[in-house]
Design a protein around this ligand. Structure first.
Ligand code: SF4
Length: 391
């Protein structure tokens, strides 16, 4: 809420005045001054190594700081530089990523490492545009690496800073609009150019203020170093800016999972193909049955699909587990049935299948080290508990 003691001149500042170089430089000074006293002690803040900063930025996308820290440390212990990452098998990268979700990031990280090594840009490209050409690196990540590691003057806009800038500038329109994004990037760039002392430190300061002070629901305006520059604060509009995002339309999907055990007690696992969601990860055979209303017909459909691909019939027991999982705009209900091969003891991994399918058999204790989709991980954990109960 606006402070009743604010002067008229404070209340009347126009958003455009925020692009004045002197104002920008004061904003930067206040932000950096605050950061020097209040910043969190995070491992990726103790380095100027571009490779390490890149790994942290990649892990921090869609994932909270506290979750990332142990993953970051384990990952760098195994892959201390870009060449060890490039030389690794993708499966091992997945294993160290397991639990962070959004596995596409791990795949792109691995491809980018290979590209850096193959193009002779080790230990890491120093040119911002070269960084931006690597797989999985967008404008924000390229600018973050170039500014944090090399102190190059590139502004950044991500979830925390865009909320902060929007409030400072009193941006009332939805931030996803193209014109609004252009305005935010222009502001971010003007800020770093007004503070050539240390663009990297300035960007980190702004992100930290966005994260710890200018929070989405309850901004801590009384503790904010940028209060005197904030148009949303001065006009009492902090709770309505940024404008709420339009609600995502959720699509419900229903799948039947077949937990197939062979005569040796091993589980059939398949690797998800490049055209599927969670491509490259391992999973149980599962089939989309969204359009089939009846449960018995859905199971029949799954069994037919299994027979078509693997050339084997199954008999199923009753449903043993159901897993709910949400991803992007999809809400998936996976109903799992334990199944056995009819007549056959196993399916040979050397045999020809109806479609190009990579599969193998795993003992329950081996599932722990397999790179699984998140929902398959829930199923594997359940099987592990069941096995422990059986022993
Ligand atoms: S004064 Fe409040 S709304 Fe404005 S930038 Fe600071 S925390 Fe955010």
């Amino acid at each position: 809420m606006p402070n009743s003691k604010q002067t008229k001149s404070q209340q009347a500042k126009k958003p455009s005045s925020l692009l004045d170089k002197k104002v920008l430089s004061r904003i930067a000074e206040h932000a950096v001054g605050w950061f020097s006293k209040h910043s969190r002690d995070l491992p990726w803040r103790k380095t100027k190594n571009a490779y390490r900063i890149w790994i942290s930025e990649c892990m921090l996308q869609q994932t909270q700081v506290a979750t990332v820290i142990p993953y970051y440390e384990r990952f760098l212990e195994r892959f201390p530089d870009v060449s060890t990452l490039a030389a690794a098998e993708l499966d091992e990268v997945y294993q160290l990523w397991a639990g962070l979700g959004y596995y596409r990031r791990a795949r792109q990280l691995h491809s980018a490492a290979i590209r850096v090594v193959e193009s002779g840009q080790e230990p890491f490209p120093t040119d911002r545009d070269a960084i931006a050409k690597l797989p999985g690196i967008g404008r924000y990540t390229a600018n973050a690496i170039a500014s944090f590691a090399y102190d190059q003057p590139f502004g950044i806009v991500e979830a925390n800073t865009q909320r902060l800038y929007a409030r400072l500038m009193l941006c009332k329109e939805p931030l996803s609009q193209t014109a609004m994004q252009a305005k935010l990037w222009e502001f971010a760039q003007a800020l770093v150019e007004a503070w050539p002392v240390s663009p990297g430190q300035l960007n980190q300061s702004l992100m930290e203020i966005g994260s710890l002070v200018c929070k989405p629901k309850d901004p801590q305006c009384q503790a904010c170093p940028l209060q005197s520059h904030c148009q949303a604060y001065q006009t009492g509009q902090t709770s309505t800016i940024p404008a709420s995002k339009p609600k995502k339309l959720i699509t419900d999907l229903r799948e039947i999972g077949l937990l197939v055990r062979d005569s040796k007690g091993r589980w059939l696992m398949r690797r998800r193909s490049p055209t599927e969601r969670w491509s490259g990860l391992w999973d149980f055979p599962r089939y989309d049955c969204t359009s089939i209303e009846s449960e018995s017909l859905a199971i029949e459909h799954a069994l037919k699909e299994f027979d078509r691909i693997y050339g084997k019939s199954l008999w199923v027991r009753s449903e043993c587990l159901s897993v709910k999982h949400s991803v992007t705009r999809y809400r998936i209900l996976l109903r799992c049935f334990e199944a056995r091969l009819e007549g056959a003891k196993t399916i040979s991994t050397k045999g020809k299948l109806a479609q190009h399918e990579q599969f193998d058999w795993y003992k329950v204790e081996e599932l722990e080290s397999l790179a699984l989709s998140s929902s398959a991980r829930k199923v594997a954990d359940w099987l592990t508990k069941q096995a422990a109960g059986e022993n």
